[in-house]
Design a protein around this ligand. Structure first.
Ligand code: WTA
Length: 654
């Protein structure tokens, strides 16, 4: 991705209208930010009141980033219920207001407006169904659903009865689903018959059947009817949601939860090993999701907020469901894809539902930009007030197109940097307070203390401008608390490279105005179409194939996806490279992980560059994939430097 030189970067100050309208202007940001870091107890004690507590907290935070004692607690002695905060407390004033607008994949199918009163009834019924199936407080429930309202009901039903949900993106394969069901020892998996997407359907129930072959026999399955197509059925194990919901009671009492009881587990990729179960808890997470939703997006009553993410990712958790609903907002849930039936779908949905804030990923913007502005211009986008992006660095060309063609130069763009681990935005401009720059995540949110460290010495760099690794000096309420079942891995992953800090895994630049620019991952995580992937996962899928002896996977710049997946594959001695085998390996990875992990490039590699101790030199492989041989660096430590020439000579076209 091209990075502009600092001097080239344009600056867009907030408009006077936005500043007058916004919750936070520049002076207020400065005062609030200063207060938030000077006295986090007082600041977060006050903002903790934005949710309803059953028993109010007396302790705001108990945090240690010290090795050997990593501990993160917020509002630890308070009790509350997340679902009651997202639904019940709004009923007195907003029972008839729309909570969720469901826009189906097929534009000819009617959209559905679900009021807070309806949401309450449906979540209660789902909660009662789960209880009938034996789910109790602390049990895990895996959700493997399309983007349908039942996904939100299922999340909130779990929260209501104190069960911990773990959503698995519906694009994942049966193997990936099984690994996650087993990883958190789930009691129930909730799925649908089929998932329509982009005019096609994927067979979620039969994927689940395949996954459950590898799980404990006691795991039960709750099946939501989406398309009505036939599925296989195992009596006793499979439960019919649409039948049970007719009988289910309309009321379920929200269970009193500790602020630190887990709300959900979300598996995400890291630089090593298999995906890890990121654990978020209840009180602090909800406070942070709600506050960032309101302030970053300048949400006001009457707005219609649309985040295009899937609930299978953290963005969907925090900014389709929990943040907006905690604020009593109207949130759009979109089942489809940006290009079906054609490239105007996003904009038609904006027009149809009079969307005021629109939040999407750079990869979608790039894909739509490639289709030309005609698809945008035929729609009435006058309702839009603010645009947002998330998931990967946005290149200035895409930013400018988003700003000019979609926002008509009048909508501020909030480029929000955050992670599954952080629960909500950490760096972002605030629309009424800050100027924006194409490609910059700009400023820390309240309470967030970013530092740039020298990657070698680990020392904080105070000078500006500078570049280094991005760490956080102190906690914020939305921070993950642990890795499910593996607190040591939590410490090792995030707190051991740079002691005393949370290490994000991202590199960043701080410019001469003190604004932050994310430069991308500094570890072996790649970002493909805004989906985060561990190169280690793709490697382990490849080597699981009988023909493969060894594999090394790196990212390379891709015009639409941001990064593409470049695989170097060494075959077993008895195997011949062929186009069929290449195709077979692609299909293999898709079935092992899912279509999002499909290799873009497979290069046959008779040998891989290794150090004398046998470590693969990924730096070199990355450079070859990037077609950047001038910067190969020192290859003298390689066991056999000639493999590099061989790889360069046979580099695949990208
Ligand atoms: C990247 C998604 C640049 C980053 C919420 C991070 C970004 C990873 C941005 C987390 C942004 C996210 N600018 N890069 N605005 N937002 N990233 O866990 O590398 O799916 O570490 O969370 O995405 O991805 P995750």
């Amino acid at each position: 991705m091209t990075k502009p030189a600092q001097s080239e970067s344009a600056v867009f100050p907030p408009s006077p209208e936005m500043t007058a309208h916004a919750h936070v202007d520049a002076a207020k940001y400065d005062a609030m930010y200063a207060a938030s870091v000077a006295d986090p107890e007082a600041f977060w004690g006050e903002h903790g009141k934005r949710i309803d507590w059953i028993k109010p907290f007396s302790q705001v935070r108990n945090v240690s980033f010290q090795p050997g004692n990593i501990n993160i607690e917020w509002y630890g002695d308070g009790t509350m219920n997340v679902a009651a905060n997202c639904i019940d407390r709004h009923l007195a004033t907003r029972a008839d207001q729309t909570a969720i607008i469901f826009e189906p994949d097929d534009p000819n199918e009617a959209a559905e407006h679900i009021s807070y009163a309806q949401l309450h009834r449906r979540v209660c019924r789902m909660a009662n169904i789960l209880e009938t199936m034996g789910v109790r407080k602390g049990d895990r429930v895996v959700i493997y659903l399309p983007m349908i309202p039942e996904a939100a009901y299922a999340m909130l039903a779990c929260a209501r009865i104190g069960a911990i949900h773990s959503i698995v993106f519906a694009g994942f394969s049966p193997d990936a689903l099984a690994a996650r069901i087993n990883g958190c020892d789930a009691k129930v998996v909730i799925t649908a018959d089929h998932a329509p997407r982009g005019g096609r359907t994927s067979p979620l129930k039969s994927n689940t059947d395949a996954a459950l072959l590898h799980c404990k026999e006691s795991v039960k399955c709750l099946v939501v009817k989406r398309t009505g197509e036939q599925t296989t059925w195992i009596d006793g194990r499979d439960h019919d949601y649409n039948e049970m919901v007719l009988e289910a009671n309309d009321y379920s009492r929200p269970v009193e939860m500790s602020a630190e009881d887990p709300l959900f587990i979300l598996y995400t990729s890291g630089s090593t090993g298999q995906p890890k179960g990121v654990v978020h808890t209840s009180g602090g997470y909800l406070v942070y999701a709600a506050m960032t939703h309101e302030i970053t997006f300048d949400y006001h009553d009457g707005d219609v907020f649309w985040c295009t993410a899937d609930v299978g990712w953290v963005t969907g958790h925090s900014y389709i469901v929990y943040g907006p609903l905690a604020n009593g907002a109207t949130t759009v849930m979109f089942e489809g894809v940006p290009t079906y039936p054609d490239a105007s779908r996003f904009w038609q949905v904006c027009e149809k539902h009079k969307v005021t804030q629109f939040y999407t990923a750079p990869t979608a913007i790039r894909a739509l930009m490639g289709q030309g502005k005609g698809f945008v211009e035929k729609c009435d986008l006058s309702s839009l007030r603010l645009l947002g992006t998330v998931g990967e660095p946005i290149n200035p060309e895409a930013w400018t197109w988003y700003n000019d063609v979609v926002g008509k130069g009048k909508c501020p763009i909030v480029d929000t940097w955050w992670q599954t681990e952080t629960g909500g935005h950490l760096l972002t401009p605030l629309p009424g307070a800050h100027a924006t720059k194409p490609g910059a995540a700009m400023k820390p949110f309240f309470g967030v203390q970013p530092v740039v460290l020298d990657p070698q010495s680990g020392e904080e760099i105070h000078e500006t401008p500078t570049e280094g690794v991005l760490c956080l000096k102190d906690s914020w309420p939305g921070q993950m608390r642990t890795i499910w079942g593996d607190h040591d891995r939590f410490e090792k992953t995030y707190f051991s490279d740079y002691k005393g800090y949370y290490f994000s895994g991202d590199g960043c630049r701080r410019d001469s105005d003190g604004d932050y620019w994310i430069t991308g991952r500094v570890d072996d995580v790649i970002n493909v179409s805004g989906h985060r992937m561990g190169t280690a996962e793709v490697e382990s899928a490849l080597v699981a194939h009988v023909a493969v002896a060894e594999a090394a996977v790196v990212g390379y710049p891709h015009p639409i996806k941001g990064q593409g997946i470049y695989c170097y594959v060494t075959l077993m001695n008895d195997q011949e490279p062929s186009e069929e085998l290449r195709k077979a390996l692609r299909t293999w990875v898709r079935t092992e992980i899912g279509p999002i992990a499909s290799p873009d490039v497979i290069q046959w590699a008779p040998g891989l560059p290794k150090t004398r101790s046998g470590k693969i030199m990924r730096r070199i492989l990355r450079k070859i994939a990037e077609d950047d041989y001038g910067a190969l660096g020192d290859t003298s430590t390689l066991a056999d430097p000639s493999v590099v020439d061989e790889l360069i000579a046979n580099r695949a076209k990208t």
